[in-house]
Design a protein around this ligand. Structure first.
Ligand SMILES: [Zn+2]
Length: 139
């Protein structure tokens, strides 16, 4: 969907388009920081909404979820699984000497079993190809 926005300041009219409502609201917030004007937001199938200031914008959810794969706990665990493995993909047996990119896979997917995310017994070494094939099945 496309969210259209018209920004009006004095006689200037700026039209912009955004892919999502959240992006449009974020952009309007930044625009209100630097401009005094009104913003009109058009969403498909809805009445246009007029905002006269940043305080009128709907509250944005803050993205506070940290990236799991960048956490120290995960990196340490991942390394220890790699070091104690035989360095081969559990499915096809490919190894990094043969040019395979090895990944550490959650046997039970993290999306369904978040409590097993840092459980060593739930981890296995897969090559990139097998991991992608498996994650397509998991989700
Ligand atoms: Zn493999």
């Amino acid at each position: 969907m496309t969210v259209r926005v018209t920004l009006k300041e004095d006689s200037k009219h700026i039209r912009r388009e955004y892919k999502t409502h959240a992006r449009a609201i974020g952009a309007l917030g930044r625009w209100f920081n630097n401009n005094k004007g009104i913003a009109i937001l058009y969403q498909p199938g809805q009445e246009p909404v007029v905002y006269k200031g940043k305080h009128e914008l709907p509250a944005q959810k803050v993205k506070s979820r940290t990236n799991f794969y960048r956490t120290k706990a995960w990196r340490e665990l991942r390394l220890s699984v790699l070091l104690t493995s035989d360095g081969r993909c559990k499915i096809c047996g490919s190894s990094s000497e043969k040019g395979a990119m090895l990944h550490i896979d959650h046997i039970k997917p993290r999306s369904l079993y978040p409590e097993l995310a840092l459980e060593k017994s739930n981890l296995q070494v897969l090559c990139e190809d097998c991991n992608i094939a498996k994650s397509n099945k998991d989700s």
